[in-house]
Design a protein around this ligand. Sequence first.
Ligand code: FES
Length: 226
Amino acid sequence: MQLLRDVVVLALDEMRRDGARRWLRLAVSGLAGDVRPGQTVFFSEDGRHAPRCRIATVETASSDTAALVAKFEPDDLAPDAGDALTVWSNETPAVSVGSGSLVVTTRPFLYRIAPFEQCGATLLVEGDGIDLWDELRNGLTEGRDWSSVFLALEPARLQAFAAAFPGANPYIFASMDMSCGIGACRSCHVNVKDSKDGEASCRLGPWFALERVDLVRLRFASAPFI
Ligand code: FES
C-alpha cells in the first residue's frame, strides 16, 4: 500500500444528482503533498461499518487541502463535514497520465478524468458533432503514439475501438466496483489474457494495456462509467 492517511472532511458540495444517486465533492485535510490530480483513491468512513470501500478521484490538491470527487449510490453513507475518513491508494506509478497523454472519455465520466488536465494531459470528450474514432485517427496522423492514449470508455465502446483500430494498444480504464480495496477479495479483478488469476484493479489499476484485457468478460464485470 503506497498511501494510507487519516483525513478530516472539511466541507461537501453536491456536483450532480440523478434521483437518489449523488456525486459529491469532499474537501479534506490531511493529504497535503501525497496525491496528484486524477489519482484514484479509496476511502472508508471511520466509526461506521461500510460494506465496501468507496472510490474517489483527486480533483485538486494543494499544500493543505485536497478535493475528492465521488459517486454515492442510494445506500451509501455519505460523510458529513467534520467526519474522519481513512483514505488510501495502491495506484502503481508504472502507468500514469501526464504531459503528452491524450485521454478519451464521455461527459458522464468527465468528473473523474478532467483533473488530468492539471497534469498536462489533453482530453477528448465525446459530444455533439465529435466522432471519437475520427479524432483519434487525426491525432495519430500527427504522430501520436498509442502508449500515450488512454481510453476511459464503456467496454462495448472499447470493443468497437479494437475493431476499428486493429493492433492498436492504448491503455484502458477498468471501472470496477471495489470491496476490500487491498487486493484480497477478488471483487475488482480484471480478466487478462496472460494470467488465469486476473489482476486486481484496486492494486494495479485503473489503467491496463488494452491488448491484455479480455474485453468480452470486462463487459460483464465492469461498473458503469457514470
Ligand atoms: S477490491 Fe478486493 S481485490 Fe480489489
